[in-house]
Design a protein. Structure first.
Ligand SMILES: Nc1nc2c(c(=O)[nH]1)N[C@H]1C(S)=C(S)[C@@H](COP(=O)(O)OP(=O)(O)OC[C@H]3O[C@@H](n4cnc5c(=O)[nH]c(N)nc54)[C@H](O)[C@@H]3O)O[C@H]1N2
Ligand SMILES: Nc1nc2c(c(=O)[nH]1)N[C@H]1C(S)=C(S)[C@@H](COP(=O)(O)OP(=O)(O)OC[C@H]3O[C@@H](n4cnc5c(=O)[nH]c(N)nc54)[C@H](O)[C@@H]3O)O[C@H]1N2
Ligand SMILES: [Mo]
Length: 785
């Protein structure tokens, strides 16, 4: 099969988010997955009491769900899981791994659900069917031979609280804290930043706060594609006249206008709701400066108000009683000139003042953010700067106010709550010892970047992947793939075939599991499971559809099987008993974390679930000093080291790698980025027209992108076609995961090690369509020629 590059079709999208475009897109995917009947029936149970939790994003599910409580992308995720297509043993009989490595991400997953446990056979270069017993036995043998700290137990963020709790116990009973998860590439900047600033690692906002707020600030999150159900509370807030102020380099459609596809009146009528009342196209990495500008403006307003005998805009009583560190922050802000702030943020002084003015007038304000904040070298400082802005006006710990990081995977926040972390200080080691006889290793394990470093230097020898497509999601994929081939053990628990399954280690297994939409029967009894959403709400769910194959096992059963085969009787845990009845796992979770999970079995079925207690919501600051912290960023610059390396090079642009409207992470549903008007391809780079002209290119031309630091390592991606786009000068955007070879492994946020996937310095070079030129080829919309 030969792949060719189809030409991008670009036509600016003129419609609102949601609306008919969204309805049409849902029908399309149901049809393509041949899942019309199954998925349509399932969609009625999505995010409903006694139904299943959407497998897509982590946005909160309301207590009183809409008749159809799902969005376009949730429906796509459901259809993707319930597809009638299958990738069974016969498929692997006819395809070698060498051959499959030429397939695109789209082709691989499009082929359908995995059905049987498989083991890689090097002699034939194929996966061969094995029994579950043989697989567990074989993997257990390899694990027993390996040094525990040379094995990594990755979790993608989808697994339930039950599976996640068992998985981390298994890793620790085996002898390691190597428990990276997808939040290491995502919201770890949040966990680190918020813990330090307000004493909790998660957001404080709940759905009810949307009803009480007076102002919403929105930074670096693409709500229309990545958490569309949030458009409902945003729309309702707008209908109450609440201002929404957005900061994003791109004019993302979901932040501009929305038509509720579930409202016949709106669908048939001419009106859409304007979402943002102010839209600030901040430069990539310019948020520190933008917020510093807002604070500078607020200080001026405060002084003026006080001089005139009015109440100031800084909440002095709150600051006095609850915080520390304001003075150094204000003196740093005082030191920044407006010219510097304008230059670094890409916004005008009046834009920053306008945002500050509206914010300062609001009695209760909340702040929502996503990957545009966390995936930067300054990701942790970005998060803390947003907290600074909230603390100035006492906007944490009262209704209608707070900080709202929008988490990615549907249970990524919950996994952390039940012990998936490389840091033993974050788990109750004494309880694990007392209850299960497990000695938690005292030293830190590896998070994602450290796991990658270990794979490169050979100190990591085994990898167990509970979901995810690690080898595509991590940075520096061009360097990581060859290193990965040196692993002794690669075990992947998955629902669909992906790249991480195709680069074999010495011993490689592929273990197919039930999806969350499917009924999970153990000993003939249907089991329930629980998740925690972005707003800290824990709820119970059940699968509603028959499993895609009789040979699939539930994730809980797979973890139990691996643990039994590896640890034998050596651990004090009744793995088989837990597998047979998940309420026993919940009992154990409640014993380990009683403050959060007491009366778990009853409370998980309460309408709307239950909230995990968060001290910050009560203005109880679980920080070392007992006060919330203002944190002064050491500098307003993103990428200081790069600036030194590329000083004076005007041809260097900042690249952000992001998601289209037609993908879930590395799962590519199709080649339509409807809201951004791009169709038929993902091989594009969005550039400002002035940069295109200045650098001597033209729209439609093909380029290779080259990383502009560490020139001794060649990092290139292409060919990508230029799209002239509304993006600030000096900035570029292209799709993830295709551009991951451009992100150096060491290029991560200080303090959290989240890869800085939103700020990669690159240079642009003319390329031929389809030319190799040493660049990594992007598999394109697959046309056989
Ligand atoms: N349909 C769908 N839903 C998803 C996912 C998916 O792939 N598809 N992924 C899930 C996961 S795991 C996650 S983590 C979330 C991700 O959801 P998002 O947080 O929305 O992540 P991205 O799509 O990477 O987009 C980040 C946004 O940040 C903006 N941005 C980039 N750099 C900057 C900057 O410097 N400053 C500011 N202010 N903005 C910036 C970009 O223009 C873009 O709008 O979504 C989850 N939900
Ligand atoms: N350059 C760049 N890189 C990034 C990002 C970025 O914005 N830019 N974003 C980062 C972020 S925020 C994240 S979260 C990562 C995520 O990146 P991924 O690892 O791609 O995330 P997933 O969607 O979990 O992985 C998809 C795979 O999960 C498997 N799967 C699906 N459902 C299930 C299930 O129920 N159980 C099991 N066991 N497996 C299942 C399927 O086989 C599928 O192939 O990528 C990160 N990488
Ligand atoms: Mo994520």
């Amino acid at each position: 099969m030969q792949l060719i590059h189809s030409t991008a079709r670009f036509r600016p999208y003129t419609h609102a988010s949601g609306g008919w475009g969204s309805a049409h897109s849902v029908l399309n995917i149901l049809w393509r997955e041949q899942a019309m009947g199954a998925a349509s029936a399932a969609l009625l149970k999505q995010n409903k009491p006694k139904g299943f939790a959407c497998v897509s994003c982590a946005w909160a599910k309301p207590e009183h769900p809409h008749a159809l409580e799902f969005c376009e992308n949730g429906a796509k995720a459901t259809a993707w899981e319930l597809t009638s297509r299958r990738t069974g043993p016969d498929f692997f009989d006819t395809h070698t791994l060498t051959e499959l490595r030429d397939w695109s991400d789209y082709q691989l997953e499009q082929h359908g659900r995995l059905t049987h446990p498989m083991r890689y056979d090097a002699a034939t270069d194929r996966y061969q069917q094995v029994s579950w017993e043989t697989a567990f036995e074989g993997i257990g043998q390899q694990l027993k031979r390996l040094e525990p700290d040379s094995v990594v137990f990755y979790a993608s963020g989808r697994a339930s609280l039950e599976t996640s709790f068992m998985y981390q116990l298994f890793a620790r009973a085996y002898g390691t804290n190597n428990l990276p998860d997808s939040s290491n590439m995502c919201h770890e900047s949040t966990s680190v930043g918020l813990q330090h600033s307000i004493g909790v690692p998660v957001g404080t906002v709940t759905l009810a706060d949307f009803e009480h707020t007076d102002c919403i600030l929105f930074f670096g999150q693409n709500v229309g594609s990545n958490s569309p159900r949030m458009l409902h509370p945003l729309q309702e807030a707008r209908k109450r006249g609440i201002p929404i102020i957005s900061f994003n380099p791109l004019r993302e459609r979901g932040l501009e206008r929305f038509v509720n596809p579930q409202s016949p009146k709106e669908m048939l009528g001419p009106d859409s709701t304007a979402i943002s009342t102010q839209y600030h196209q901040v430069k990539i990495g310019g948020d520190l400066a933008a917020v510093a500008g807002m604070i500078k403006a607020m200080v001026a307003m405060d002084q003026q108000a006080r001089a005139e005998g009015r109440e100031g805009v800084i909440d002095r009583a709150f600051v006095e009683q609850h915080t520390e560190g304001l003075e150094p922050l204000l003196s740093a802000v005082d030191g920044y000139t407006w010219t510097a702030l304008e230059q670094r943020s890409g916004l005008s002084r009046s834009a920053m003042e306008a945002a500050a003015f509206v914010y300062a007038r609001a009695e209760r304000a909340m702040l929502v953010y996503g990957m545009g904040i966390t995936q930067h070298r300054q990701g942790v400082h970005n998060v803390q700067m947003l907290v600074n802005l909230l603390l100035l006006r006492g906007n944490i710990g009262k209704p209608g106010a707070g900080i709202c990081p929008v988490r990615g995977h549907s249970n990524v926040q919950g996994q952390r709550t039940v012990g998936i972390t490389e840091d033993p200080a974050k788990v109750p080691a004494d309880k694990l010892q007392a209850l299960f006889g497990i000695q938690v290793p005292p030293h830190k394990g590896r998070a994602t970047v450290e796991a990658c470093e270990g794979i490169v230097d050979g100190s990591v020898k085994g990898f167990i992947g509970l979901g995810g497509n690690f080898l595509r999601a991590i940075p520096d994929t061009g360097r990581m793939e060859p290193a990965w081939a040196g692993l002794a053990l690669n075990v992947q628990v998955a629902t669909k075939l992906n790249r991480s399954h195709l680069v074999p280690a010495e011993h490689t297994w592929l273990l197919p599991c039930l999806g969350r939409i499917e009924i999970d029967r153990q000993q003939g009894v249907e089991q329930a499971y629980t998740t925690e959403d972005s707003t800290g709400v824990v709820r119970g769910w059940r699968g509603t559809r028959e499993p895609g194959s009789e040979s699939l096992l539930a994730e809980v059963a797979i973890v139990a099987g691996l643990a039994e085969a590896t640890l034998g009787q050596a651990s004090g845990i009744d793995w088989a008993g837990w597998r047979d009845d998940y309420s026993r796992i919940r009992q154990a979770i409640a014993q380990v974390y009683p403050a959060i999970f007491h009366d778990f079995e009853q409370r998980m079925w309460q309408p709307g679930g239950f909230h995990r207690p968060l001290p910050a919501v009560q203005r109880d600051w679980a920080t070392p000093s007992g006060k919330a912290q203002f944190v002064t960023p050491p500098s307003l610059d993103e990428n200081q080291d790069e600036h030194a390396a590329v000083a004076g090079q005007h041809d260097v642009l900042q690249l952000m790698t992001l998601r289209s409207n037609d993908q879930f992470n590395t799962t590519v549903y199709g080649y339509e980025d409807r809201f951004r008007g791009v169709s038929g391809t993902r091989s594009v780079v969005f550039l400002n027209r002035n940069d295109i002209e200045r650098l001597g290119f033209r729209p439609g031309q093909w380029l290779t992108l080259r990383t502009a630091v560490e020139p001794e390592v060649r990092r290139e991606v292409g060919p990508l076609q230029i799209i002239a786009y509304d993006i600030p000068v000096g900035c570029a955007a292209a799709y993830y995961p295709e551009c991951n070879p451009l992100v150096p492994l060491w290029h991560y946020a200080e303090g959290s090690k989240v890869p800085a996937a939103k700020s990669v310095p690159v240079t642009l070079h003319a390329a031929q369509p389809g030319a190799q030129g040493g660049a990594r080829q992007i598999p394109e919309k697959d046309q056989v020629v």
